[in-house]
Design a protein around this ligand. Structure first.
Ligand SMILES: O=C(COP(=O)(O)O)N(O)CCCOP(=O)(O)O
Ligand SMILES: [Zn+2]
Length: 308
């Protein structure tokens, strides 16, 4: 069924695992993700970004997720990723989303509180849950000044105040992750002391990690072997994500690793059969690549297998 993340996070927190939040943009991606979760008996968050709405149009994505729920009978959350305003959050809530993120993290602390509060009030009146963000998603260099790090990463005391004042259901925090395939110039590292501080001030409160893709070398190499040019990309080592799930992180956002797996499969298939021009011939392996990647994440990183 279509569910909110409330119970999923309560169970994830208590058992120290995280629910995968995978971005969806088309049929094959949704089918791959959902078949993986079905195989592993894992709860699932399918999230829709602004880019996905533009690419596929909201109604197609909604109907594809409806099909996924009907076909799989899994507990699935339909989540708005990085909602930029109250209006888009309201629109998605009215369209049947069960969870929305209002990302007002680029506003002032006070402004972030007031916008988030407004979304929470409306969402809760419709039985929908809300994720907000505090701090800036950005990896900072090792030698950066602490003060600069404090300006970017989530401040633990502020996080506690923010949750108390907004009534938000989960909080995306900044501890060194960032979106995309180029997360760190030097050694990958996350600010675990900060994460533990936040978790201590917000006991039993679900934390969210954005920018949690690993950028697995074998998919990078596969892409580059078949015509890709993605030099020097690196993500968050999987053991760091596993560690984060031990300190209150209940939702882990993964998009880049799906993109790399899918792109590698398409490149390889196109290279292997130059005579082919049936899209099903390279989209089927792409779907399988998504499925295998999601199974890997569920079992080896999130620990959300057999948690239904
Ligand atoms: O946290 C993440 C993904 O992190 P990742 O890049 O490490 O997978 N996300 O919220 C996904 C953001 C995707 O937005 P868009 O569709 O506009 O490109
Ligand atoms: Zn994000």
């Amino acid at each position: 069924p279509l569910v909110t993340s409330k119970e999923l996070f309560t169970k994830a927190y208590a058992n120290k695992y995280a629910v995968g939040a995978f971005n969806v943009n088309n049929m094959e991606i949704i089918q791959g993700i959902v078949s993986a979760a079905k195989t592993e008996n894992a709860p699932l968050i399918l999230q829709v970004s602004a880019g996905a709405r533009k690419y596929a149009s909201p109604i197609y994505l909604r109907k594809l997720v409806e099909a996924a729920v009907e076909d799989s009978n899994l507990p699935i959350v339909l989540h708005l990723d990085h909602g930029e305003s109250f209006d888009i959050c309201k629109q998605c809530i009215d369209d049947g989303f069960t969870s929305v993120m209002i990302d007002a993290s680029h506003h002032s602390f006070e402004e972030n509180i007031s916008i988030t509060k407004k979304v929470v009030e409306y969402a809760h009146s419709k039985g929908v849950v809300v994720e907000a963000e505090l701090g800036r998603l950005a990896g900072v260099e090792d030698d950066v000044q602490v003060s600069e790090k404090d300006a970017i990463y989530t401040n633990p005391e502020q996080a506690a105040e923010f949750v108390q004042k907004t009534g938000v259901d989960s909080l995306a925090i900044a501890i060194g992750t960032s979106h995309g395939a180029y997360k760190f110039k030097g050694e990958p590292n996350l600010d675990f002391e900060r994460l533990q501080e936040i978790a201590k001030l917000l006991p039993n409160f679900p934390l969210v990690l954005h920018g949690a893709s690993t950028v697995l070398p074998e998919f990078l190499e596969l892409c580059n072997q078949y015509g890709g040019d993605i030099p020097g990309a690196q993500g968050v080592p999987e053991e760091m994500i596993r560690k984060a799930t031990q300190f209150g992180v209940c939702k882990v956002n993964i998009d880049t690793d799906l993109r790399l797996a899918m792109t590698a499969a398409v490149r390889k298939e196109l290279f292997a059969d130059p005579k082919n021009f049936d899209p099903r011939k390279y989209l089927a392996p792409a779907r399988t690549a998504i499925e295998e990647m999601v199974r890997h994440k569920i079992v080896n990183v999130l620990g959300s297998d057999n948690r239904i």
